[in-house]
Design a protein around this ligand. Structure first.
Ligand code: HEM
Length: 150
């Protein structure tokens, strides 16, 4: 609730959420051609048992996005879904935040804008869309659109 839902900004804003959606298209051939250790290191978790690697490289996805490692901490709520269309497929990444700040801080670090280290995810996947949404709060069972003066 604290990470994903706006609070303390007044009526019309409190209870709302900021949502970012990105369709990522995976290069499955590229991923399959990586040795299993490189696959594990790209995520920072072992594929065979999902254990987090203690010595994962700085480029691993979980090291890049470790939420408590940001200042301020960049907590979000992720609700992604895999997608497939014929031979194409990947991840429909969906993230909820009390603002877009945490998401954008994570994304900046993933692309190497902070320290030049690029998230190893980019070795086999790329975002092909990016959309931002604001989900209004509810009041009396209806959408509360006062923030939009509606
Ligand atoms: C194809 C795209 C992506 C894939 C396949 C992917 C996959 C994963 C996996 C496997 C984990 C570890 C399991 C878990 O903790 O749930 C993870 C963690 C995470 N990912 Fe992603 N992710 C993708 C894109 C993104 C993007 C675009 C962001 C944000 C800009 C992001 C943010 C995070 C965060 C915050 C964590 C948890 C880190 C922590 O432990 O605090 N991911 N992701």
């Amino acid at each position: 609730m604290e990470a994903a839902i706006v609070a303390g900004q007044g009526e019309g804003m409190d209870g709302s959420s900021f949502v970012a959606v990105q369709l990522w298209a995976h290069d499955f051939k590229a991923f399959d051609s990586m040795p299993s250790e490189a696959q594990d290191n790209a995520i920072g978790r072992r594929k065979s048992d999902n254990e987090e690697l203690k010595d994962a490289p700085a480029s691993s996805h979980v090291k890049r996005t470790a939420q408590e490692s940001f200042d301020p901490a960049a907590f979000v709520v992720r609700r992604s879904m895999p997608w497939a269309d014929g031979m194409r497929g990947g991840l429909n990444f969906v993230v909820f935040g009390k603002s877009f700040d945490a998401f954008e801080a994570q994304l900046k670090r993933m692309v190497g804008a902070e320290d030049g280290i690029i998230d190893a995810l980019f070795k086999f996947t790329v975002p092909v869309t990016g959309s931002y949404f604001w989900c209004p709060p509810m009041a009396d069972g209806k959408l509360d659109l006062r923030a939009l003066e509606l």
